[in-house]
Design a binder for this molecule. Structure first.
Ligand SMILES: [Mn+2]
Length: 302
């Protein structure tokens, strides 16, 4: 159970799960995809590509071979489970890891529900920072209540506050729900230039438990094309990593977990596999850097 799979994140030496500070949890789940297939191939491709990434991170000066201690867990395989059954299993696995930082690798966006529910003591005080081309706020997609298109709706219904960044494809129903604004703030892609400072400040001012959900289709397809439902006009590399950094460094927030979802392995040459792996690495570097040298809390010592 505690044995690491053959392919470990960043090709780091094996680290038993009991000693790990960070757990990489592959969730190769793909059941309700509506356009291009392949999300189940994402975790493996990200892990493979991560082996090509330098262990020294020049931006934060973190040396990954000197910490954090990272365990790459065995994938939670879907098998014959129903969608609800799979989410239940993911929640069970992540709830046992609440004292670590869990970075899940999807898989379709649906997995966020299980991962966040397992990691949060209560969904009622959780804020989800979502980078995504889609709002994922539909009540039912293709008559299904549990799908990649409904995941944020389910989390919102259970009390989560949602901050979505980069949205550029949604239904009238979702738009109206977002506009009502009760615990939902959407930064649309077409207004992101005007609202950029506000978005970063809002994320940095978050308080309490925060979960980061990075749907890779939130990025512009020129940066990362390999996803099931690409949409033009998304976040560029520096915008996406700025949101990761703001989330990881928010001084009054506690980042309880994160995921990278909807990535589809590139055909040869592996193209954006490395970009997806580097997003994972950047997030862990920002988090470790914030942990070692936290920003002063606003008002602290004033
Ligand atoms: Mn999504």
């Amino acid at each position: 159970m505690n044995e690491s799979p053959a392919v470990r994140f960043l090709d780091l030496p094996p680290c038993p799960i009991e000693k790990a500070e960070v757990v990489i949890l592959p969730l190769p789940f793909e059941r309700t995809v509506s356009y291009g297939p392949g999300a189940a191939t994402g975790p493996r491709a990200i892990l493979e590509a991560s082996r090509q990434i330098e262990l020294f991170d020049e931006e934060t000066e973190i040396d990954f071979d000197a910490g954090p201690r990272i365990h790459t867990a065995e994938a939670v395989e879907p098998g014959e489970r129903s969608v609800e059954g799979y989410l239940e299993e993911v929640a069970r696995r992540t709830s046992a890891l609440r004292d670590r930082f869990v970075l899940s690798l999807g898989g379709e966006h649906t997995v966020t529900y299980g991962a966040a529910r397992g990691l949060a003591h209560s969904l009622r005080d959780l804020t989800i920072v979502q980078i995504d081309a889609h709002a994922d706020l539909i009540d039912a997609l293709d008559a299904k209540r549990w799908s990649h298109g409904t995941v944020m709706r389910r989390l919102w219904e259970e009390g989560c506050r949602i901050v979505s960044i980069g949205v550029r494809s949604l239904s009238r129903e979702e738009f109206d729900l977002a506009r009502k604004g009760d615990r939902i703030r959407v930064f649309f892609a077409h207004r992101l230039d005007e609202e950029w400072d506000e978005a970063v400040q809002l994320v940095r001012a978050l308080e309490g438990p925060v979960y980061l959900s990075l749907d890779v289709d939130g990025l512009d397809p020129s940066v990362l094309p390999s996803t099931g439902t690409p949409q033009p006009g998304g976040l560029f590399w520096k915008q996406a990593t700025a949101i990761l950094e703001a989330t990881a460094r928010a001084p009054k927030a506690r980042l309880i977990g994160a995921d990278i979802v909807e990535y589809v392995a590139s055909p040869n040459p592996p193209g954006s596999d490395l970009a997806a792996a580097k997003l994972a690495t950047r997030l862990l570097a920002y988090r470790e850097s914030a942990r070692r040298a936290p920003l002063p809390r606003p008002n602290a010592g004033a």
